[in-house]
Design a protein around this ligand. Structure first.
Ligand code: AMP
Length: 497
């Protein structure tokens, strides 16, 4: 097996890798690093989760070290363009880690923050700049920055930059960077518009392609609930509240909605049921997004609701479940979403809620991923719960739930009230507490995976040691115990056939 020290990287970079505990390169690193070190342009077809940040950052750092130029005034030597603020910040963290011992200065700029501060911090220039295209052009237009000294240019997640409407920005940037430079171009997909960009940006690039769609997805057990659009929130409540068991041990749950409004609504509805979560999307300020991500990363809030754009590229270890509350209308987006679990070689679970109106999206997803999503049954008492007629099963003691300690217990039955129409909040005064949902300690005041925590919806009193993920257990990993339905063991997928 190839090791990093066989790829031609410098000692400082190897030491930085050592500090991070990485010894073996991922396939994209193995393929990309040698030609980039030689100065070749690169076209990498890969998405996050494959180790592509290091695949471009490590050799690019060594290229800078080799040329040994001074930090240019109001400019940079390595420019990395990325579509979202979160991704920019994530790449900046990696750049600092990898470049620490090489003594390179790293800066990042994103929209939604003070442009004056960015102007000031870039006045003296930097070795490495990671930027969203919009903010970069703002500074260029203000004559606060120029691209005249760029030696290496990286476009990361180019397809997403196009989806976000950065095509004109990218064309402009291409005019502003020196012709003599090295370009490393990454995209998860290769539509025609991307091919065109590649031909403008790159010169005879070495092409490396990893197929994370299948390699990542293979490690993800994929399930689906067929559920009415306006009943999804009930299902989510029951799953996260521990009243309906789904495969796997909850650790961190990332929930995707299609819209910002939808994300906020899920947060609000969960809160009404005593379940704390945060949302990240484009209408949130940068500090709000950062805080939400930090809390999720630290496990302070174990549920994060996100839109595709905001979550693109985020790399948070320990995402045990991705729930597609709404299916994406672009099938590739489904692959990106579920790739947030199964990070860095780990396994993960993806659960989709498919409404009647989303069947065509599901068809497209199946076509693209070749994945058979295993169908899970709705809870036995689901209809009764939704219609406010039947009792929800009492939550077993010790069941693990996604929660935040500070939440006050809702009165018994609060979660099982009839769902209000539209956006109106769920009634919280349980005049006739028919149901016993989450009586007492609704969220247990526990996080997932702590010792003594059981599985959501597990048998009353039955608890499993924390972190003991047993979802592949024969016949037992479906949503059996807490009211209804799995269909036996989760099967490993081979989406690419
Ligand atoms: P990326 O695709 O760059 O977002 O990387 C995905 C995750 O894999 C990140 O958490 C990286 O820190 C991690 N990673 C990258 N390269 C390696 C490696 N060679 N060995 C172990 N983990 C890695």
């Amino acid at each position: 097996m190839t090791q990093f020290d066989q790829l031609g990287l410098s000692q400082p970079v190897l030491q930085a890798l050592d500090l991070k505990g990485y010894s073996t390169p991922t396939p994209i690193q193995e393929q990309a690093i040698p030609p980039v070190l030689e100065g070749r342009d690169l076209l990498g077809i890969a998405q996050t989760g494959t180790g592509k940040t290091a695949a471009f950052m490590l050799p690019a750092i060594d290229r800078l070290r080799a040329s040994d130029n001074r930090i240019p005034f109001k400019s940079c030597r390595l420019l990395v363009l990325a579509p979202t603020r979160e991704l920019v910040q994530q790449i900046a963290v990696s750049a600092k880690d990898y470049g620490a011992l090489a003594g390179l200065k790293v800066q990042s700029i994103v929209g939604g923050t003070s442009v004056n501060k960015d102007r000031n911090k870039l006045h003296r220039g930097t070795d490495i700049l990671i930027a969203t295209p919009g903010r970069l052009l703002d500074l260029i237009d203000q004559k606060a920055f120029n691209l005249g000294s760029v030696e290496v240019l990286v476009l990361d997640e180019a397809d997403q930059m196009l989806d976000l409407g950065f095509i004109h920005a990218l064309r402009r940037i291409n005019e502003l960077v020196p012709k003599e430079r090295q370009t490393l171009f990454f995209s998860a997909t290769m539509p025609k518009a991307i091919k065109e960009l590649v031909s403008n940006y790159c010169r005879n690039p070495v092409q490396v392609s990893v197929t994370p769609e299948s390699t990542t997805a293979e490690r993800i057990d994929q399930y689906i609930f067929m559920v009415q659009k306006d009943e999804k929130q009930w299902l989510l409540d029951m799953i996260l509240g521990g009243q309906h068991r789904v495969p796997g041990e909850f650790e961190r749950v990332l929930i995707f909605t299609r819209t910002k409004h939808g994300a906020d609504r899920v947060v609000k509805k969960l809160r009404q049921r005593g379940i704390e979560s945060n949302a990240i999307h484009g209408n949130k300020s940068q500090p709000q997004r950062q805080r939400a991500l930090d809390e999720f990363r630290r496990g302070k809030t174990s549920i994060l609701i996100a839109t595709d754009v905001a979550a693109r590229g985020i790399d948070i270890p320990g995402v045990s479940h991705v729930i597609n509350y709404e299916l994406p209308n672009v099938p590739e987006q489904y692959v990106h979403r579920i790739g947030r679990t199964a990070r860095a070689g780990k396994d993960g679970i993806a659960i989709a809620f498919c409404g009647e109106d989303e069947r065509s999206y599901l068809k497209d997803i199946r076509k693209v991923t070749k994945a058979e999503l295993e169908r899970l049954d709705l809870p036995e008492n689901f209809r009764a719960v939704v219609e406010g007629e039947g009792p929800t099963k009492p939550e077993p003691r010790g069941a693990t739930r996604v929660s935040k300690k500070k939440i006050k217990p809702k009165p018994a039955g609060a979660s099982a009230k009839k769902k209000p129409k539209g956006d109106a909040p769920a009634p919280e005064k349980p005049k006739k507490p028919k149901h016993q949902a989450r009586k007492g300690k609704p969220n247990g005041g526990k996080r997932f995976g702590k010792p003594g925590g059981g599985r959501p919806g597990g048998k009353p009193g039955g608890s499993r040691p924390g972190g003991n993920r047993n979802r592949r257990g024969k016949g037992g990993s479906g949503s059996g115990g807490g009211g209804g339905g799995g269909q036996g063991a989760a099967r490993r997928r081979s989406p690419r056939g």
